[in-house]
Design a protein around this ligand. Structure first.
Ligand SMILES: [Zn+2]
Length: 297
């Protein structure tokens, strides 16, 4: 699935082709794309409008069009946009005809991607606020924000990092890479992270995402650039999809676990596994270090 760096890469490539162009026609070939709105209505809202700006929020592409119309696109698992492809790919769902004889094709074999149109900036903000938490790589993404969100949560930190309503745009690849960089085990209870670890996690998420953007995304599965080319962040993976290979920091073989139903890659030496989870409120020795009697010497 394209994550923030992949969607940002698409945005950067798409913007010069789209901005200032008129959508002369919008052919929606798959009604599932606009659900619950009927495709005919979405077509009418977009047709003859000028694309003023192509933005991004989390994993959403946000097209600002004339008439204060906003097209909010999510590519989900396998969505890809292609500019002027020589032939339409076999899973074409939407075809945008642009002035100047150009066209943009939305291809999506698994059909989970969505396209919704809202009118007005307030409606756009409400749409995104219902789905997305804070955007990394912006000043709002602070350790204080993460600390507030993490407080009291027993869910594994991996699931926390993947929750779009807390942190927008991070998916499976960048979560694993960030947790490795921060030296935090993905199964750690989120609320148990220390202040320094929260700060390390914040820094690691931003580092991983920025490195991903610099590499023009990671090409695994179906991700393609707008011109059909591929990103190279997969060459920089430290742990992701590297099961059995030596950890780049310590040489321990990378392990693959399943956390929250997602394949998760970890170096259990660099990222020590949490000990038995005993909630502090249930512990008789709350706040006290256990006495050690056998390791003097
Ligand atoms: Zn290691």
């Amino acid at each position: 699935m394209p994550e923030l760096p992949e969607v940002e890469t698409i945005r950067r490539q798409l913007a010069p082709h789209l901005e200032g162009r008129t959508l002369e026609e919008v052919e929606i070939l798959d009604p599932r794309w606009t659900r619950p709105e009927p495709p005919a209505l979405v077509r009418l809202k977009l047709r003859r409008q000028v694309v003023e700006e192509v933005g991004r929020s989390g994993k959403y592409l946000v097209w600002r069009c004339s008439g204060e119309r906003y097209l909010l696109m999510h590519l989900r698992m396998t969505g890809a946009l292609l500019f002027d492809p020589p032939v339409d790919p076999p899973h074409t769902r939407v075809r945008f005809a642009l002035d100047g004889g150009h066209h943009l094709v939305y291809n999506d074999p698994r059909r989970f991607g969505t396209g919704h149109v809202v009118v007005g900036a307030a409606a756009r903000d409400a749409y995104l606020a219902a789905r997305l938490g804070v955007e990394p790589l912006t000043p709002s993404f602070t350790a204080a924000y993460l600390r507030t969100q993490a407080r009291g949560r027993r869910a594994p930190v991996k699931s926390f990092v993947l929750d779009q309503r807390r942190i927008a745009g991070v998916g499976n690849i960048y979560a694993d890479e960030a947790l490795f960089r921060a030296r935090i085990h993905p199964l750690r209870a989120t609320g148990s992270l220390k202040g320094a670890q929260i700060e390390a996690l914040r820094e690691a998420i931003e580092y991983a995402l920025a490195a991903g953007i610099d590499a023009k995304g990671a090409t695994i599965d179906d991700f393609r650039h707008v011109d059909g080319a591929q990103g190279s962040f997969q060459d920089l993976f430290q742990v992701y999809q590297r099961e059995g290979e030596p950890c780049p920091a310590c040489g321990t073989p990378i392990r693959k676990l399943v956390v929250g139903g997602r394949g998760t890659y970890v170096c259990e030496r660099c990222q020590p596994r949490p000990r038995l989870r005993t909630p502090r409120t249930e512990s008789r020795n709350a706040g006290a270090e256990p006495h050690r009697t056998s390791n003097s010497g």
